[in-house]
Ligand binder design. Structure first.
Ligand SMILES: Cc1cc2nc3c(=O)[nH]c(=O)nc-3n(C[C@H](O)[C@H](O)[C@H](O)COP(=O)(O)OP(=O)(O)OC[C@H]3O[C@@H](n4cnc5c(N)ncnc54)[C@H](O)[C@@H]3O)c2cc1C
Length: 410
């Protein structure tokens, strides 16, 4: 009985949503939206998904044709794990895992692949110990293994120096990033949300009703969420919010297995001793993804590829692969680019403009924001509509960077 009324509700919701979608595509210039979200990466798309599901008339804008590879959310895979040194993130990740499962069920698309994760560190094992503690706090389990045991389990594939500590956590794995974005967009369209790509927002005029001017049109909205990734400062600075964000170009490297299939059983790994991580073959057959968790600072995201000196930038990671992953060839077969938008403390910044609480923003995901996007997207919606927040995000507030803001505009 409960099921059939839920189905009925969902059918009515879809019909109403379609009506809104048909009307709004005709009148998109005249109507006032409940919310506009700028930025169709994983965070903005997740925000629009939640708001659309709540029945809010929502519009997602992106400057590029979707999907694109110019931001931070492209590519086939991301790591999903719950062990974090900050309890807030651990709790968000545990919930995010459930929300990813829900999206899998809604769209009948497999998004998560359970591979387990190897967490590696050298003396004084700081990250290792924080990470173990966090697994237990989240109700998970881990098993410590020695470098000798690692070599026995994955012969000829991974080899680490004696003295390194390693643990295996079973519940972690990889997320199909591209497919996650496609699934979210499908659900948004199905429930009547609007997506306009190839529209670059050029000006935001704040007020009780916010005016958003793009290179094509002008829109009105009661609420605005800015999730513009590496371009966040271009949009927030003119509004007086000068966040200390820096942008790095990350080289995403894929390495050919010397013996095809040899790294198939290797889980995801994070090696804190050298700031490296790796994922089993998924995007390209026979190629394993191994990357450094840092990159080269760039002045502006539009200049991402302007100064790319591949040989110089890749020396460190080539040495790492040669020394620790003997099953892979010592030069990458493919190198792609992505960007991290970093805050000084590597923590996200999620807040509203002090003078305009109807304008929220989420940025600085510092290379670890994909997995938590379903939760962060919902929080941004709660924040901008003044609802009770499902998490205490005081520690992620922009106030910690107050000295950077121009108080005359805030
Ligand atoms: C190589 C790499 C590996 C990673 N691995 C992991 C991982 O394993 N696990 C994990 O959790 N996270 C990982 N991350 C981090 C994660 O992918 C990012 O934190 C996340 O994708 C950030 O999403 P975003 O929506 O904030 O930004 P983006 O994806 O960059 O989206 C911002 C969007 O805003 C649009 N935009 C900007 N300005 C305008 C404008 N003026 N008008 C209209 N549109 C505009 C852009 O076109 C872009 O589409 C990784 C990141 C990289 C680069």
């Amino acid at each position: 009985m409960q099921n059939s009324s839920a189905q009925q509700l969902s059918t009515n919701q879809r019909l109403n949503s379609r009506k809104f979608s048909m009307q709004s595509s005709k009148d998109s210039r005249k109507m006032t939206y409940d919310c506009i979200v700028i930025g169709g990466g994983i965070v903005g798309t997740s925000s629009v998904y939640h708001l659309t599901m709540r029945g809010k008339k929502t519009l997602l804008l992106d400057q590029f044709p979707l999907p694109h590879t110019r931001g931070s959310s492209h590519g086939a895979s991301r790591i999903l794990r719950s062990s974090y040194d900050k309890p807030l993130y651990s709790h968000m990740t545990v919930e995010a895992m459930l929300l990813w499962k829900k999206l899998e069920q809604e769209t009948k698309t497999k998004l998560f692949r359970k591979t387990g994760i190897l967490v590696i560190d050298k003396a004084p094992y700081e990250e290792f110990e924080k990470s173990c503690k966090s697994v237990v706090e989240c109700g998970g389990q881990y098993q410590e293994i020695s470098p000798e045991e690692l070599e026995r389990r994955y012969p000829g594939v991974m080899s680490l120096p004696v003295g390194h500590r390693i643990y295996m956590e079973n519940d972690a794995g990889t997320l199909k990033a591209d497919k996650a974005l496609i699934s979210l967009r499908e659900q948004i369209k199905c429930f009547g949300g609007l997506i306009q790509d190839e529209e670059k927002v050029q000006h935001i005029f704040p007020g009780e009703i916010v005016t958003v001017r793009t290179n094509k049109r002008t829109y009105k909205t009661k609420h605005l969420i800015v999730t513009a990734g590496a371009w966040t400062s271009d949009l927030l600075k003119p509004l007086g919010m000068n966040l200390p964000l820096s942008v790095e170009r990350i080289s995403v490297c894929y390495w050919k297995e010397r013996v095809p299939g040899s790294s198939k059983k290797l889980p995801v790994f994070i090696d804190y001793s050298q700031d490296m991580y790796g994922l089993p073959c998924s995007e390209y057959s026979g190629l394993m993804k191994v990357c450094e968790h840092s990159g080269v600072k760039i002045t502006h995201p539009d200049k991402r590829d302007a100064t790319f000196n591949q040989t110089k930038d890749l020396n460190f990671i080539c040495d790492y692969v040669r020394e620790n992953l003997p099953g892979l060839e010592s030069k990458p077969a493919i190198v792609e680019s992505c960007m991290y938008t970093l805050t000084p403390d590597s923590d996200f910044v999620i807040d509203t403009l002090p003078r305009y609480p109807n304008i929220a923003f989420g940025a600085g995901f510092s290379g670890h924001g994909f997995k938590m996007a379903p939760v962060v997207g919902r929080i941004l919606g709660e924040l901008v509509f003044g609802d009770k927040l499902s998490y205490d995000i005081t520690s992620l507030s922009a106030k910690r960077f107050a000295k950077y803001s121009d108080s005359s505009k805030l």
